[in-house]
Design a protein around this ligand. Structure first.
Ligand code: ADP
Length: 634
């Protein structure tokens, strides 16, 4: 076995791999690009590299550190055959399959041809004479594709020529290769994948399936094992097919063979093989009791697989939810910020790269952590997952936790009748309302009322403020606009709001608020002028509304003050207006880029640009003021 391993990754997966290295008493080496990277705290040693994609620098760091092997995690260099070759040339073991297996599975046309020749069912399709395809609906895919990019559904022969032309353009732009394939489109299929492990001695086993049908835009959201659709017979057949697919390319290590399954007929077809550890591997670990990273390390070190196929047992049910820094209520825009308060739930597995004080930026994948629940039965596992998500507190960064909770308890999910279209069909009810509940606004107003601006309530113990007999109107800005709440009195003793008597008490982690006899506990944290309140997995940010006085102007709310804020953390890509410009409502002012997506920021009203606070290339925080558009005087 190795005694020193470098992990060429960051975030939760780096932390995950370090955990097994520590368990096996193997020294761990991290790479990082900035001192903000929190995963280094979990490693024995850390070396700085310019970029996580800088293959030369990472190989050099591994050699310099004395590591014998490199674990790529997932993403970045995990499926890069060139990187596997560079490692080998430098005398390092790449913890993954041989380069030729990565190559063979990296190209969809080649992968389908190879596994089909090995007797594995593939989706009927062709890479030749695309123009004469006649089986509709059909799906066009870039052969070099990934992440669902560039795929087009074609419903009839008439649509085909235009679709092919457009797909070629997209494929060339995105992957530098315009080779396409076309295949039968399976309406609302299930996504079921088989976990494979192979050693260098010719042993290949499967560890059962994971169902990943709960997706949005081809991105997995909640995954589970086993699949509620798969019985023992189907598992054995799909497992054997996956083992054949892996054998067909001389596979070594952990890999995943993805199948598309027709939920009506139960027929399954090979889609692709991912030649790495998957994000959702923990559900397999929880039902098999195996540590997949340990198995990866053992086979990479040349050991025999420690178990045979007939020793693999599945126990109970595991469900994983991916916590993202995104705001479902704002169209799933990426968020970000500094984590001010973090409480991870107990009684479940949490794979996380988060820490209090850590900054979530727009540079990397927005996945923050994974919450994984296990129970003997599926229904209980979903309930445990929901409970764990409810108990998770992340203040400072808006997350998708309320959306995950809605999905975990949704009746369609509970029945187990899943398909890849489910999330989209129920999206409005899963996303819920963007409105801040009135009781939360009231709680925030009471906190502001009790604490003078800039003071930290958790540092003040007693007797620092006298009650005010008169009503004070607090105008608080949250993501859905400006809210006004009237408060009078001393909230720590007895105050009053419009809905009745109110009090708050402080604790180390939050506030307990009683309004009109109803008591609620909130996690609370201050981030500069912003107050964060959290409850049941949800969080809200409030700032005192200081610009203008929109509460007094009918119809004016968020944006009505002419202040243009960044809807997410990102970088200013283009500035289209100048200070002094006369602009019309809806006119583009600037473009902000986040997560490689461009967002056009427009003028909230007709008027004059009185302030333009940013330059091209400048990084901006979420809600940072970008510009101010003032109405012209009469
Ligand atoms: P990528 O490599 O870009 O992720 P995949 O081939 O893995 O592309 O497909 C991504 C997703 O697209 C799958 O999870 C599935 O939801 C859907 N999909 C792929 N092939 C088909 C098909 N033939 N019919 C219907 N849906 C498909």
């Amino acid at each position: 076995m190795f005694n020193r391993v470098l992990v060429a990754n960051r975030g939760e997966i780096a932390v995950r791999v370090f955990r097994t290295l520590r368990a096996l008493n193997i020294a761990s080496v991290a790479v990082h690009t900035s001192s903000d990277d929190l995963h280094v705290r979990h490693a024995d040693e850390a070396l700085q590299v310019p970029k996580y994609l800088d293959m030369g620098a990472i190989v050099a760091a591994a050699v310099a550190s004395g590591a014998q092997a490199v674990h790529p995690g997932y993403g970045f260099l995990a499926e890069n055959a060139e990187f596997a070759r560079l490692c080998a040339e430098a005398g390092l073991v790449f913890i993954g399959p041989p380069a030729q297996a990565i190559d063979a599975m990296g190209d969809k046309i080649r992968a389908k041809a190879t596994v089909s020749a090995a007797g594995v069912p593939v989706v009927p399709g062709t890479a030749e004479s695309l123009e004469t395809w006649s089986d509709f609906p059909a799906l066009i895919k870039p052969s070099a594709g990934g992440g669902g990019k560039g795929m087009i559904v074609v419903r009839s022969a008439a649509e085909l020529p235009t679709a092919l032309e457009s797909a070629r353009r997209t494929a060339l732009n995105a992957f530098g290769d315009d080779t396409l394939l076309i295949e039968r489109y399976i309406d609302s299929p299930r996504h079921i994948e088989i976990q494979i492990m192979a050693d260098t001695h010719g042993n290949v086993i499967h560890l059962g399936e994971r169902e990943c049908s709960l997706q949005r835009r081809h991105q997995k959201i909640i995954e589970e094992a086993p699949s509620p659709f798969v019985d023992e017979d189907m598992r054995a057949k799909m497992g054997a097919a996956a083992v054949e697919a892996a054998r067909a390319v001389g596979y070594v290590g952990a890999g995943t063979v993805e199948f598309i399954v027709d939920g009506t007929t139960g027929s399954y077809h090979f889609m692709e093989m991912n030649t790495r550890l998957q994000v959702e591997h923990p559900v397999t670990e929880l039902v098999t009791g195996l540590d997949l990273v340990e198995l990866q390390l053992r086979v990479a070190a040349g050991e025999l697989l420690p178990i045979g196929q007939d020793e693999v047992r599945l126990r109970g049910h595991a469900v994983e939810a991916r916590v993202y820094a995104e705001d479902p209520a704002r169209g799933f825009l990426p968020t970000g910020g500094r984590v001010r308060l973090l409480r991870e739930p107990g009684g479940v597995r949490v794979d996380s790269g988060l820490a209090e004080g850590g900054v979530v930026g727009s540079e990397f994948d927005p996945m923050l952590s994974k919450v994984v629940a296990w129970a003997p039965e599926r229904g209980d596992a979903l309930r445990v997952l929901d409970r764990a998500l409810r108990e998770t507190v992340v203040l400072g960064v808006t997350t998708n936790i309320p959306f995950l909770r809605a999905l975990a308890v949704h009746p369609a999910v509970r029945t187990g009748e899943l398909d890849t279209g489910l999330v989209e069909r129920f999206l409005p009810e899963l996303v819920g309302s963007a409105e801040t509940p009135q009781d939360v606004v009231t709680a925030a107003a009471l906190v502001f009322h009790a604490v003078p601006r800039g003071a930290d309530p958790w540092e003040i113990t007693d007797g620092w403020r006298v009650g005010e007999p008169a009503w004070t109107t607090w105008r608080l800005e949250s993501r859905d606009g400006v809210h006004a709440v009237r408060v009078r009195g001393l909230p720590e003793v007895s105050a009053e709001v419009d809905s009745g008597p109110a009090t708050i008490t402080w604790s180390s982690e939050g506030v307990t608020v009683t309004v009109a006899g109803r008591t609620t506990h909130y996690a609370a944290a201050r981030d500069g002028e912003t107050l964060w309140l959290g409850r049941d997995g949800q969080s809200w940010a409030f700032t005192r509304h200081l610009i203008g006085d929109p509460g007094d102007r009918p119809g004016a709310a968020g944006g009505g003050d002419g202040v243009v804020r960044s809807p997410m953390p990102g970088t200013v890509l283009v500035v289209k207006a100048q200070q002094g410009d006369r602009v019309a409502e809806g006119q583009p002012l600037l473009i902000v880029e986040a997560m490689k997506m461009e967002h056009t920021i427009t003028a909230p009203r007709d008027g004059v640009v009185t302030e333009l606070a940013v330059k091209v290339g400048q990084p901006v925080d979420m809600d940072a003021v970008l510009a101010v558009v003032q109405e012209e005087g009469p």
